[in-house]
Design a protein around this ligand. Structure first.
Ligand SMILES: NC(=O)c1ccc[n+]([C@@H]2O[C@H](COP(=O)([O-])OP(=O)(O)OC[C@H]3O[C@@H](n4cnc5c(N)ncnc54)[C@H](O)[C@@H]3O)[C@@H](O)[C@H]2O)c1
Length: 486
């Protein structure tokens, strides 16, 4: 089938490449001329695992091309997808739909006789009606359908999520539009992926409701994590214990620094705006937003607590800047608020991210940019792990211990092996667990030290060395809310 995808960002590029991989002929369009020029020259503007290879493959096969201008939307085009950004509105109320409406105008200008517009961008309920009104106003002659097909991919695993989704949601009152969309997705749905066909408004709302629910779930576990710290128990055990309940599920019960990224913050806010427009209260979502904002503001205080009460004059290494691993996306990343707050409190920052450095350079000021994790940690008083990139879990902690002055790690993702860190001499402060000091170590026989493999201290071993979970008790720390951070 022949498809046009408008918008070459995280969603548009992934969708276009995946559609082409499925065998369709796809033109991806973007008004960013530099981006299109780069794509034509083989440069992929975003980091998403596997995407560059898939684009290379499908371009070489002649099924994917790029254009800075919308082509004619003639009879040969089966569907034209809108995948442009819907950032927060400048007036603070809901989503900014200017890009979506600009595409609708452009499509009206390029349509020939018959047009199926499919909205993949996340748009508030009723946006499909507006798109239809815009196009009909300019082109009353057209045979027009406007459908909603929200996208649920996650950055970092976007190709997998697109090709093997939990479900595909199709929203339209037109049986012809639904049939065309079913045919487009047939190479995926033939393997049993559920397809939910509903009205356009239902599809639009499903996307916001899904994101809001996930934001609530993350925020819930973060609040329970705070309680774990106060009462002195471990959030991972609590998350496992409730996550094993099939009605709850373990996914999205990872305590951390609060949600960020290009979707949850803006989508929860846009959902509230829609509810307000319809005079409906969504108090749970409102509270979630407030709780998450407060959490992001409290991150610097956590670091200060771990450092004994103040970060003034301290050198802090931040590992990980993107809002999650396996993406270069820095939009609304919690690291931005953390870095700014630590700077206001008098700390000097050196930062490192495996893929996010280009975006970080344009978003963070007065920080030193490191070339790798060890360079970042050198001469730092403390290391803060902000994003759980795999490469941080496999660092040589003995080497790290020789670089960090206070031998303190604040792990805001709970992904580093705290027992291995403690054996290397670190104090570890994490989320939803009491902070723990270095393992108490004892000299070991020379023969044993010689047989130790890499990654273990050649000199020392934990005195209670059997199970890492039985390392010595936590050290007492002040509560985060007892420390003031401007
Ligand atoms: N990023 C995600 O993980 C994700 C997941 C699901 C849904 N979504 C939704 O998908 C939409 C796109 O998100 P994204 O992250 O891909 O955005 P993005 O900012 O990465 O990309 C948007 C692209 O659209 C282009 N664009 C803007 N106006 C245009 C126009 N008039 N004509 C052609 N191109 C234009 C921009 O130049 C940019 O390249 C949003 O509504 C978002 O909420 C995003």
């Amino acid at each position: 089938m022949r498809l046009v995808v408008v918008g070459c960002g995280y969603v548009g590029l992934v969708s276009g490449a995946c559609f082409a991989e499925l065998g369709h002929e796809v033109v991806c369009v973007d008004t960013d001329v530099g981006r299109i020029k780069g794509l034509k020259a083989g440069m992929v503007p975003i980091f998403e695992p596997g995407l560059a290879q898939m684009i290379g493959r499908t371009v070489a096969a002649g099924r994917l091309r790029f254009a800075a201008e919308l082509p004619d939307l003639d009879e040969a085009v089966d569907a034209a997808f809108i995948a442009v950004g819907t950032p927060p509105s400048p007036d603070g109320h809901g989503a900014d739909l200017r890009h979506v409406y600009a595409v609708a105008e452009a499509m009206a200008g390029r349509a020939v006789r018959r047009l199926l517009v499919v909205t993949k961008s996340t748009v508030p309920v009723g946006t499909g009606d507006m798109i239809e009104a815009i196009i009909r106003a300019r082109r009353p002659d057209l045979e027009l359908d406007v459908a909603s097909n929200p996208e649920f991919l996650r950055e970092g695993s976007a190709l997998h999520d697109f090709m093997k989704p939990d479900r595909i949601v199709l929203g339209s009152g037109s049986p012809e539009a639904i049939a065309t969309l079913q045919a487009i997705y047939a190479p995926i749905t033939q393997f049993g992926v559920p397809v939910l066909s509903t009205g356009r408004k239902g599809a639009e709302l499903i996307k916001y409701a899904a994101n809001a629910f996930l934001a609530v779930k993350i925020t819930f576990i973060n609040e329970i994590a705070d309680l774990c710290e106060s009462v002195g128990t471990d959030i991972d055990d609590v998350a496992d214990g409730i996550g094993l309940d099939r009605r709850i599920g373990r996914a999205f019960l990872e305590a951390g620094p609060g949600y960020g990224g290009s979707c949850f913050p803006k989508d929860t806010a846009a959902l509230i705006a829609t509810a307000q427009d319809w005079a409906v209260n969504l108090r749970l979502v409102e509270t979630t937003i407030a709780s998450n904002d407060a959490r992001k503001r409290s991150l610097a205080r956590r670091v200060a607590v771990a450092m004994g009460g103040s970060v003034n004059g301290k050198r802090i290494a931040v590992l990980g800047l993107t809002f999650k691993p396996n993406t270069d996306d820095m939009r609304d990343a919690p690291s931005i608020a953390l870095v700014a707050a630590l700077q206001r409190a008098g700390a000097t920052l050196k930062v490192y991210d495996p893929e996010g450095m280009p975006q970080a350079r344009s978003m963070l000021s007065n920080v030193e940019f490191a070339v790798n994790a060890y360079d970042c940690a050198e001469n730092a008083d403390c290391v803060v792990v902000m994003t759980d990139w795999d490469e941080f879990s496999t660092l040589d902690y003995d080497k790290l211990a020789n670089l960090v002055r206070m031998r303190l790690v604040v792990d805001l993702r709970n992904k580093l092996d705290k027992d291995r860190l403690r054996v290397a001499g670190f104090t570890v402060a994490s989320i939803g667990r009491p902070a723990q000091g270095p393992a108490v170590l004892a000299p070991q026989p020379a023969s044993k030290a010689a047989s130790d493999g890499p990654g273990r201290s050649p000199r020392l071993r934990a005195v209670n060395g059997s199970a890492p979970g039985h390392l010595p008790a936590a050290q007492e720390v002040a509560r985060p809310d007892a420390i003031a951070i401007p």
